[in-house]
Design a protein. Structure first.
Length: 187
């Protein structure tokens, strides 16, 4: 009958610090760390940008309204796109003062113009994603929002672009005119 041996402990072998395997493991660990850092930075910046946009709309909507018409949504988006006009005007006034050389606050001015151009192009092409302000239910949910970016997933979003808003407003105006002619609506 064979004799029972000592139970073998399965432990990892120690890797020599100067070996190829050690450099490979270090390289993998460094890469994983770098990817995780980039991911958290990207998520953080995205949350800041998205949160800032939705916070602006949250602060600038009329919470007493039941719902917005398409023209009111378009006006609200235009106000959003012109939110930096005052700051740009101040920068231009500072740059117009005689006796100063160069452009003061050039990097801030360039950043603001790039943001405005990018958002304007987004509005004119594929659309700006916002809560559906034309729906009373969604507007009530957005009015109760606690400015937490994580809770935005619960609110129904919709993309608004300039051409679609103009078409829908025209259709809405035509329907209203027809109802006025029929006598269904009184003004």
């Amino acid at each position: 009958m064979p004799k029972e041996g000592k139970p073998k402990l399965h432990c990892k072998k120690v890797v020599h610090p100067n070996s190829r395997k050690a450099t490979k493991l270090a390289r993998q660990a460094h890469r994983d760390e770098k990817l995780q850092r980039k991911k958290t930075e990207r998520n953080y910046l995205l949350q800041i940008k998205v949160g800032e946009k939705f916070r602006w709309f949250f602060e600038n909507i009329d919470h007493a309204k039941a719902e917005y018409s398409y023209s009111e949504v378009c006006e609200l988006i235009e106000r959003y796109l012109h939110r930096f006009d005052e700051e740009l005007q101040q920068i231009n006034e500072q740059n117009s003062i005689k006796g100063r050389q160069g452009r003061a606050h050039a990097s801030r001015e360039d950043t603001l113009t790039n943001v405005i151009e990018r958002e304007r192009e987004l509005f004119n092409t594929c659309g700006i994603e916002l809560p559906d302000l034309t729906s009373a239910k969604v507007l009530a949910q957005f009015g109760d929002w606690n400015c937490d970016v994580a809770s935005l997933q619960l609110i129904k979003m919709r993309k608004f672009n300039s051409s679609t808003l103009e078409k829908k407003q025209q259709r809405y105006d035509d329907e209203t005119d027809e109802k006025l002619k029929d006598g269904n609506i009184t003004t």
